[in-house]
Design a protein around this ligand. Structure first.
Ligand code: PEP
Ligand code: MG
Length: 550
């Protein structure tokens, strides 16, 4: 019997085997609804929304980190007073309660869409709230992820953030989606939970519920009705990888002793404390803007310093690379971001905000310098979205003046082309592959339908990375990678083969990257890199690299 194998993008390594389960469908809207007086209707809506909010909050209690944040944020959105008022207006106009709910959410979604960026991304949360409230009002089953009795594989088009955030890794042993890319929400949450995950899987929508499948998060394969021997073999190999990650002690190096720093990406003190439990050598990317997303007013220098101190303290003597605000586009921060830009991803975002309002940059650097005074370990400071040499010069001088080590991110193709010139002014660079692929391929990193282009195995992206690594080598300065590319163990080896000197990934992913690297020689990494560079596309690059890496 021939086996059917579907192919996608493996984003969280590991094996999961089980029957397919899918999210419960959206509830049906009733054809006819009696109209209610506005007060009774608004009360019924509020009660249903409060129940939904409570359930989401309860799930947040069992989650942690980004997953818990998403659930809490959706829960408080469900309690939004403005939403009740929008529902009340429609009830007053004579609409039924479900139609009023749907209409109110539609209006709020339009406002979020107009705001763009992170607000626009929250439309999925709003739609999720709408479906749960309507199910509650009409007595239909709650939409979203079922709680299967046997370990199952969750398959979907894409997953609502609130669904992925509440997943129980004991019940859902793998995830496969037909949409989504390496930087999508599904990927980030699955990585945090350590659930093997394949996204952008061709043909997945035709697989019937209950079909036994094997998901291989390393190769990107989804195998239907897998042969039991094959399943056992893959599971054994994954168990070996898990064990290798658990027993990896660092410091990062190839099998023949070529040193490569293995670092963690964090966003706050809690994340840093988790990372410190692993053997990573420090933090390679501290995303400071993520701690200020909810702030309307710029935090004072002392308030900022307190946040940064927590991370420095958690990492002890290990190095921390802290990034200045990367506000704008997919991460709007209301006190910093410019509103109503026609194209925020190409607008005044990242360091451009500091160039426009120098005080914003100066106050943040002052806070970093203040916090660094008490840091037991080295503090390196880098700026996001640098596009030109004079920007690097401007930033480098500011950081040096405060006695800190300056660097910049390479996320814009112009910066990759001029990495040699940029390195005249700063002491290191770190490649943000998420944005570098978005800008090199003219493909929105949030668009699931363009995930093929923003795949970090794209040979043209690898060539840009090689160019930057060469510039670092010539200048005798470190070149790291801190985008999602560094979380892929095989790709991590390829990046080392291209000349990258450090890899920074989520703390859940970094140990396996370190362990994988410790099993291959530098020559194998270089041969894998050459094979990937020669490939016609990501799939061929993966295959070509695997031949050298095993
Ligand atoms: C990147 O662009 O790769 C990066 C690390 O920055 P962020 O994902 O925060 O934009
Ligand atoms: Mg970026």
């Amino acid at each position: 019997m021939s086996t059917t194998v579907l192919h996608g993008n493996g984003v969280v390594p590991g094996i999961g085997v089980g029957p397919v389960v899918r999210p419960m469908p959206r509830p049906e809207l009733p054809q006819h609804e009696e109209s209610l007086d506005a007060e009774t209707g608004a009360e019924r809506f509020s009660a249903a929304a409060a129940l939904v909010a409570d359930r989401l909050a309860a799930r947040a209690e069992h989650a942690s980190g980004a997953a818990a944040d998403v659930l809490r944020a959706t829960s408080s959105l469900a309690r939004d007073r403005g939403l009740v008022e929008l529902v009340r207006t429609r009830l007053t106009e004579g609409s039924g309660i479900c139609a009023s709910t749907a209409g109110a959410i539609e209006e709020l979604s339009a406002m979020f869409a107009a705001a763009g960026g992170l607000m626009a991304e929250r439309i999925t949360d709003l739609e999720d709230i709408r479906d749960r409230v309507i199910a509650e009002l009409t007595g239909q089953p709650e939409p979203g992820i079922p709680m299967p009795a046997v370990a199952s594989v969750l398959c979907a088009g894409d997953l609502a953030p609130a669904d992925t955030a509440g997943l129980d890794p004991a019940a859902i042993v793998a995830i496969a989606t037909s949409l989504g890319g390496a930087t999508s929400h599904t990927t980030i949450i699955a990585r945090q939970l350590g659930i093997p995950c394949v996204v952008g899987t061709d043909g997945l929508d035709d697989v019937a519920d209950g079909t036994a499948v094997l998901v291989d998060g390393s190769t990107g394969e989804v195998i239907l009705d897998p042969d039991p021997d094959l399943a056992r073999e893959r599971q054994d190999a994954a168990a070996v990888a898990r064990e290798a990650a658990a027993t990896w002690r660092g410091p990062g190096a190839t099998a023949d002793g070529h040193a490569v720093e293995i670092l963690a990406n964090v966003q706050d003190g809690a994340g840093a404390r988790k990372a410190a439990e692993t053997h990573v050598q420090g933090v390679g990317l501290f995303r400071t803007e993520l701690g200020f997303l909810e702030r309307d007013v710029e935090p004072t220098v002392e308030e900022q310093a307190a946040v940064y101190r927590e991370v420095f303290a958690a990492m002890g003597e290990r190095k921390v690379v802290i990034r200045t605000l990367d506000a704008g586009s997919d991460k709007p921060v209301s006190f910093a971001t410019i509103k109503d830009e026609p194209n925020p991803a190409l607008g005044v975002r990242g360091m451009r905000l500091g160039l426009r309002d120098e005080g914003l940059m100066d106050r943040q650097l002052d806070a970093m310098a203040l916090a660094a005074e008490e840091s037991p370990g080295p503090v390196w400071v880098m700026a996001p979205m640098v596009a030109a040499e004079d920007e690097a010069e401007w930033f480098g001088a500011k950081v040096r003046k405060r006695g800190l080590t300056p660097g910049v991110m390479i996320e814009v193709p112009s910066a990759a082309l001029h990495a040699d010139r940029i390195l005249r002014h700063v002491d290191f660079v770190s490649i943000g592959t998420n944005d570098l692929s978005q800008y090199a391929f003219a493909a929105d990193r949030m668009a699931p339908s363009l995930a093929r282009l923003t795949d970090p195995w794209q040979p043209a992206l690898l060539e840009l990375i090689q160019r930057v690594a060469q510039a670092g080598h010539d200048a005798g300065k470190p070149v790291g990678v801190c985008g999602e590319a560094a979380a892929d163990p095989q790709l991590g080896c390829v990046l080392v083969g291209l000349g990258v000197t450090s890899l920074s990934a989520a703390a859940t992913a970094a140990p396996l990257v370190g362990a994988t690297l410790s099993g291959v020689t530098l020559r194998a990494c270089q041969a894998a890199a050459q094979a990937a560079l020669r490939a016609k596309g990501p799939a061929e690059a993966r295959e070509g690299a695997a031949e050298h890496l095993g």
